[in-house]
Design a protein around this ligand. Structure first.
Ligand SMILES: NC(=O)c1ccc[n+]([C@@H]2O[C@H](COP(=O)([O-])OP(=O)(O)OC[C@H]3O[C@@H](n4cnc5c(N)ncnc54)[C@H](O)[C@@H]3O)[C@@H](O)[C@H]2O)c1
Ligand SMILES: CC(C)C[C@H](N)C(=O)O
Length: 364
């Protein structure tokens, strides 16, 4: 990949490579756009097959955060970090403290939180070196683990998508196929089970599958079989790019609504599912509950204020579906327009974020 060519194509601001030999830290911080405010986005730890794959993931995820934060009405830009390594084997306190010092060196241009492979405990270690981290333990005045809040937003968003596709947002009796039953999806299953939905689950982690089967009476299928199961809603809740040339012909669901970031392999896949009449809840709108929750820490965390804002995901999605229907455009285009209009309304030309008192984390 020609890095500057790619950065120029999507107008990225900055890419930071962080290396610490002692702890084995190899991290890439991507800052996409700080027009609306400091770049807020989580840290993913994953075993990438190559450095190029890791850079690409950081860049794609960071851009997704720009759109997510803008569409959610937050005064925040978009950024993301990936740490190359196996979260089950390669973590150490030294690694996260070294990473925290790198975040501090950016002086507030980037604020982090959890993503796949990182936990509240990891954020607490980062917090030993910098205040530019959210989702740390609640005893520090923080909001804690964002996953249950993301899950609540996904559940609400699923209801909005069901309303658009089936005319009712009731999920009782509907069958939902869930790919990946990790932190977010397990909590989504809790809401769905409580409402009386039928669950079909898969995961590459057998324990995660067994837990969902035992707790919710979910039906388990092999990872490759999830796309073709008979269901009303397909919920991608693992990694990205699962809506692609191979999977679209298999899908039987009228709705795609899940927590994963970057669900469409390319925008063309968003066009194809639109033509097939599938109601797709754009990923960065439906999964914005976690970032809405951690962003509230910038004002001194207030849980009920944060949850009220998370509830708006339902109406935001209804608006996206309405625009999509009215203008006959794919839902991802409708969502992108909403986000881009907000960024453009703040500034036609780039206004890079600079730290000032207003953006200092007020819990200190
Ligand atoms: N945690 C949050 O608050 C949050 C917020 C917004 C978006 N997201 C996104 O939601 C997704 C899930 O996040 P999470 O925090 O629940 O992560 P997680 O790591 O807890 O869960 C992901 C699950 O997917 C499984 N998985 C991975 N590859 C798979 C495959 N090919 N087939 C089946 N299962 C597979 C993993 O084993 C794991 O159980 C990610 O894309 C993440 O970026 C998370
Ligand atoms: C909690 C958030 C800051 C990050 C989250 N992983 C997301 O993708 O939205």
């Amino acid at each position: 990949m020609e890095i500057f060519t790619y950065m120029e194509e999507y107008d990225y601001e900055q890419l930071v490579f962080c290396q610490d030999k002692n702890s084995g830290l190899k991290a890439i911080i991507a800052i996409h756009d700080t027009t609306l405010g400091p770049a807020l986005g989580g840290t993913r730890m994953w075993t990438y097959n190559s450095e190029e794959e890791a850079i690409e993931d950081a860049l794609r995820l960071a851009r997704g955060m720009t759109y997510k934060n803008a569409a959610a009405g937050l005064n925040l830009g978009g950024g993301k970090t990936v740490i190359i390594g196996d979260p089950k084997k390669d973590k150490s306190p030294e690694m996260f403290r070294a990473f925290g010092r790198y975040i501090q060196s950016l002086n507030g241009r980037y604020i982090t939180a959890e993503d796949v492979g990182t936990t509240v405990q990891d954020m607490d270690l980062i917090h030993m070196e910098t205040d530019f981290v959210t989702g740390i333990s609640p005893e520090f005045g923080s909001s804690g683990n964002p996953s249950p809040v993301t899950a609540y937003g996904v559940y609400k968003g699923m209801k909005a998508a069901a309303k658009a596709a089936y005319g009712t947002d009731a999920l009782a009796g509907k069958t939902v196929a869930i790919q990946g039953v990790g932190n977010v999806a397990y909590a989504v299953c809790e809401h769905l089970h409580k409402e009386g939905a039928n669950l079909i689950v898969t995961d590459i982690n057998k324990e995660a599958v067994n837990r969902a089967v035992e707790t919710f009476g979910a039906k388990a299928v092999d990872p490759d079989d999830i796309y073709g199961v008979d269901c009303d809603i397909y919920a991608p809740c693992a990694l990205g790019a699962t809506i692609n040339d191979d999977t679209i012909p298999q899908l039987k669901a009228k709705v795609i609504a899940g927590s994963a970031n970057n669900q469409l392999k390319t925008t063309e896949h968003g066009d194809i599912i639109h033509e097939k009449g599938i109601v797709y809840a754009p990923d960065y709108v439906i999964n914005s509950g976690g970032v809405i929750n951690v962003a509230d820490e910038l004002n001194g965390y207030n849980q009920s204020r944060a949850m009220k804002k998370v509830e708006t995901i339902y109406d935001s999605l209804l608006k996206v579906f309405e625009i999509s229907k009215r203008d006959n455009i794919p839902t991802y285009v409708a969502a992108d327009r909403m986000a881009e209009e907000r960024i453009a309304s703040v500034s036609k030309s780039r206004n890079q974020f600079l730290l000032n008192g207003h953006h200092t984390l007020s819990r200190r």
